[in-house]
Ligand binder design. Structure first.
Ligand code: GDP
Length: 324
């Protein structure tokens, strides 16, 4: 088995790409637009665990898009701890919250399954969610980890999608296998796997259509692509990743549920966590879909995607220390 590639951001070098990524991630959450970060800081900075604290904590977590059900669970748990006198101050509540959420999130398996020759990553999502961009950035990330990815343009529905994928392949310096617009997506996936084998590429990332207005056709098409891949290797696709837009908050989970029910998902890639996105959405999406977030995107640049790191995420989401 090849040595585990070094994940950017794990080397401890403050100048490496991963550290830069999480610094930018943290910054994006703390920017002026992120009112909920200021709210959470204020709430956790208070002196007492009184009724106003619990009410405002709940409101701030919901404002951060943590989701009503998750928020209620978290707050009920904290209240139980406080009633049992395990927690006496908001600062202790914050530490407990970080530890508890961290324990849960770290326990979820998030590594991408890349076992296969080639490993096939089927990428699905609604048009506009950031699918093509994510595929380009993922190819770049995997290349940086020493892998040899190849892209498959199986969104043959839109000519623009094929062009867009070519553009990203260029940026990430990887090959792309494409056919005419309107051609059979399963055939493109098939050709891409064969090409990967012939060229010694170890990972195939398959772009797929995301036109939700013809939902039934789309799901049937995706099942067909999957059947073609399974005929080539029964373990394939190693990953079925749904891309979702953090800007849509809770609604993005609803969109992706359709894919989860129709074809099953092994992981999520949450895009657009930059800007005005409410980063708490990761917690509610994971709770709602029971699918782990494996990748997170914070912009349109080739470096703006990373493997999801729950500890870095919680640290950025609940970074309050400076304010106390
Ligand atoms: P697709 O239709 O799902 O393939 O979506 P695209 O990849 O074409 O992305 C739709 C739009 O979202 C484009 O304008 C992208 O540049 C933008 N986009 C994608 N990912 C991100 C991200 O992480 N942050 C921001 N700010 N924009 C993104």
């Amino acid at each position: 088995m090849p040595a585990e590639p070094e994940t950017p951001g794990k080397s401890g070098d403050p100048d490496d790409k991963g550290q830069g990524f999480w610094k930018r991630f943290s910054k994006t959450l703390e920017s002026g637009r992120q009112a909920y970060v200021a709210d959470l800081k204020e709430v956790f900075g208070r002196p007492a665990l009184d009724d106003a604290f619990w009410d405002d904590l709940e409101a701030s977590l919901i404002a951060a898009d943590v989701g009503v059900a998750t928020t209620e669970g978290v707050v009920a748990n904290l209240r139980r701890q406080a009633a049992g006198a395990h927690l006496r101050t908001p600062a202790q509540a914050l530490r407990y919250l970080k530890t508890e959420l961290g324990r849960e999130m770290v326990a979820r398996p998030r590594a991408l399954n890349l076992e296969g020759s080639p490993a096939v990553l089927l990428v699905v999502g609604v048009n506009g969610s950031g699918k093509t961009t994510t595929i380009g950035k993922l190819a770049h990330l995997l290349r940086a980890e020493g892998r040899r990815p190849l892209l498959a343009a199986a969104d043959t529905y839109r000519a623009a999608a094929i062009d867009q994928l070519r553009l990203w392949a260029n940026r990430a310096q990887v090959d792309v296998i494409a056919n005419q617009p309107g051609s059979d997506p399963g055939a493109v996936a098939f050709d891409a796997v064969q090409a990967a084998r012939a060229r010694g590429a170890d990972t195939v990332i398959v772009d797929t259509a995301g036109r939700l207005h013809t939902r039934t056709d789309l799901m049937e098409e995706l099942r067909k692509v999957r059947r073609v891949l399974q005929r080539l290797d029964e373990r394939s696709p190693q990953e079925t990743l749904a891309v979702l837009d953090a800007h849509l908050g809770q609604n993005s989970a609803q969109q992706v549920k359709v894919f989860q029910e129709a074809i099953g998902l092994t992981g999520l890639a949450v895009t657009k966590m930059d800007g005005s996105a409410k980063a708490g959405v990761v917690l509610s999406i994971e709770a709602e879909l029971a699918v782990p977030v494996k990748l997170v995107g914070i912009g349109e640049g080739v470096d703006d995607l990373n493997r999801f790191d729950p500890e870095q995420y919680l640290d950025a989401l609940l970074r309050m220390e400076e304010s106390r």
